[in-house]
Design a protein around this ligand. Structure first.
Ligand code: HDC
Length: 290
């Protein structure tokens, strides 16, 4: 069944209220590979509530996450062909270590890459404190539906991603991922079997389960914070990027970054072993000081 653009654009999703504790924040951080050096204070900050704990700001990407509509047959989405296409987050303030949020997801745009090609579903999620109503973050979660193009929609995307500068990067950060990373990351909520079941992964066209896009994205946030923010989550303003190739758990990820102006950097994440760019067109905005 082809995509049903009218149905998708008319979806009115319920607001989601979600509570989280410091343990959820720690499990989220473990799903980004934190704890690989248990003596590193900069890592323990995201894992141990007794050590002036912070929540990783990228955790906003999983708070109030609403992906259930992708399994609604009336959308015409073939869930097996879905991959995460792009992600962007904008912080409106630091994320508390525990709390309760309200979030609502809206589908704001459909992009048609043409017959036989893909379609992109652009979503937007506003997250606010459930008690005070204070905005916490805005998130774009863009879903790439492989082979779903040709439904007659616009080929132009309103917000497009910029490529990094041509010059050599100003620095590179590497993060090694353990083979069980996707099995840890899924405990933060995305139970898509593409990341855990080898049979499903093969049916979807991958040699084995791939890493969640949001784990890759969180690792990019971790790397950029390490490089430019002294690993201080409260200095992160925004992060964006496009998933250009899958990551397999166990791979080492290299993040090249370019500082463009004070508080603004571009980045690209690679798997050097495969010479693959896995997260392209990265952008990171941050505070120069705490
Ligand atoms: C709200 C809740 C939502 C929840 C959904 C997510 C659930 C999760 O569990 C799923 C995941 O986490 S999947 C893991 C993370 N994602 C990935 O690994 C995808 C990696 N990328 C790919 O495989 C390909 O780039 C691929 C397949 C994306 C595109 O490859 P090709 O088809 O070969 O594309 P290509 O020929 O290069 O280009 C075609 C047109 O599409 C644009 N494009 C390419 N990659 C894109 C991407 N990642 N996002 C958006 N657009 C993209 C190209 O620019 C091109 O457009 P145009 O013709 O206009 O130039």
């Amino acid at each position: 069944m082809p995509l049903n653009p009218d149905y998708l654009m008319s979806l009115d999703r319920d607001e989601i209220v979600q509570e989280w504790s410091w343990k959820d924040a720690a499990i989220y951080a473990l799903g980004l590979g934190y704890g690989d050096d248990p003596l590193d204070k900069r890592q323990l900050r995201f894992l141990d509530h007794a050590q002036q704990m912070q929540a990783m700001p990228a955790m906003v990407n999983v708070l109030g996450y609403d992906g259930a509509w992708l399994r609604d047959e009336k959308t015409g989405v073939d869930y097996l062909k879905v991959v995460h296409g792009e992600q962007a987050m904008r912080m409106h303030g630091p994320l508390p270590v525990e709390g309760r949020i309200r979030a609502k997801t809206r589908i704001v745009e459909l992009v048609d890459k043409g017959p036989g090609k893909g379609a992109l579903i652009v979503t937007e999620r506003e997250i606010s404190d459930a008690e005070t109503g204070e905005p916490i973050a805005s998130v774009n979660h863009n879903v790439f539906c492989r082979g779903a193009g040709g439904f007659g929609g616009s080929a132009r995307q309103s917000v497009t991603m910029e490529r990094p500068p041509e010059r050599a990067p100003d620095g590179t950060v590497s993060v090694s991922t353990p083979p069980q990373l996707a099995l840890i990351y899924r405990l933060s909520g995305d139970l898509n079997p593409l990341h855990s079941d080898p049979t499903v992964a093969r049916k979807a066209g991958f040699e084995r389960p791939i890493l969640h896009g949001l784990s890759t994205f969180g690792i990019a946030c971790r790397g950029m914070m390490d490089a430019l923010c002294d690993a201080d989550g409260s200095r992160v303003k925004s992060l964006a990027g496009r998933f250009s190739a899958p990551v397999y758990p166990g791979e080492t990820l290299s993040i090249d970054y370019w500082t463009e102006s004070p508080g603004k950097a571009a980045f690209e994440m690679r798997v050097p072993e495969r010479e693959a760019t896995v997260l392209g067109s990265g952008r990171f905005d941050y505070m120069m000081e705490a």
